[in-house]
Design a protein around this ligand. Sequence first.
Ligand SMILES: C[S@@+](CC[C@H](N)C(=O)[O-])C[C@H]1O[C@@H](n2cnc3c(N)ncnc32)[C@H](O)[C@@H]1O
Ligand SMILES: *[C@@H]1O[C@H](CO)[C@@H](O)[C@H](O)[C@H]1NC(C)=O
Ligand SMILES: *[C@@H]1O[C@H](CO)[C@@H](O)[C@H](O)[C@H]1NC(C)=O
Ligand SMILES: *[C@@H]1O[C@H](CO)[C@@H](O)[C@H](O)[C@H]1NC(C)=O
Length: 261
Amino acid sequence: MSNMHVGMNVTLTKPFILRCFIISLFLSLPFFLFLFRHLFSPQQHHRHVSIAATATTTNNNNSNLRIRPGYSSYDAYIQRQLNKTLNPRLRKIWTTRDWNRKIPVFARFFEELKEKKLLDKNSKALCIGARVGQEVEALRRVGVWDSVGMDLVPYPPLVVKGDFHNQPFENGTFDFEFSNVFDHALYPERFVAEIERTLKPNGVCVLHVALSRRADKFSANDLYSVEPLVALFKNSALVHVRDVDGFGLDTEVAFRKNTLR
Ligand SMILES: C[S@@+](CC[C@H](N)C(=O)[O-])C[C@H]1O[C@@H](n2cnc3c(N)ncnc32)[C@H](O)[C@@H]1O
Ligand SMILES: *[C@@H]1O[C@H](CO)[C@@H](O)[C@H](O)[C@H]1NC(C)=O
Ligand SMILES: *[C@@H]1O[C@H](CO)[C@@H](O)[C@H](O)[C@H]1NC(C)=O
Ligand SMILES: *[C@@H]1O[C@H](CO)[C@@H](O)[C@H](O)[C@H]1NC(C)=O
């Protein structure tokens, strides 16, 4: 008896419910279209493009710092960097033949920075994009013992793993940061902001960059003058610009982070 009653109820209300459902579907169609567009658009890509856009627009007229097009995603960029850095044949060369060839050159640069009082034996130092750590070894040889390198690929004990767009260090950690890989930054604004974040007040950053020639095919940007760098170091003062001969990089740019107001 009760079974039949329920059954009758269902058959009576089914078309009504169905009609309500279809009408509500129609009414919410714009909402679903909106949702669909947002869920399936490449968010990651958008975010990066907008960071890159800010990075270039805050620079001196866009023309002296150009982000290279052609990276489909952040991961594609990282994979490209790793492809070279992980190459076993090259790693062998970097840790053997190149080792003794490059360390004295780096050591000379660091000695000069010590003479200019930009680096000190007691400085806590970081080398960004240090690969197998020749520059870290050079720092230690000139007496800067508390020094470490960072790269996508670690090389213990000299080099720890980290992405320079998101340094694995606390704010205000270092007295000195050196890098000759600015041209590998897909987001130069982030590269510099991370340096300023992890430097102590009064900390020094020294970059070796290529101004007069195009950097290598693993570069992510091209820099044509020092002005874009000066614009990116929002919380630092330019200390000096000088010519150097550093493994294809021709210009040394030094900054000192401002003291906190
Ligand atoms: C041209 S090599 C420089 C190596 C080293 N500084 C030297 O002079 O021998 C560039 C290095 O930057 C590293 N690199 C590229 N993109 C990076 C990123 N997003 N974060 C950290 N390191 C990165 C690469 O893995 C590579 O070891
Ligand atoms: C940017 O620089 C180029 C050449 O250096 C110049 O022709 C152009 O007028 C500049 N644009 C702005 C907005 O300053
Ligand atoms: C990685 O490098 C090898 C040669 O070392 C090359 O054949 C390959 O195409 C590269 N892959 C990418 C994704 O760049
Ligand atoms: C670290 O520095 C960044 C950038 O200067 C700032 O936004 C953040 O609040 C700081 N974090 C801490 C824990 O102080």
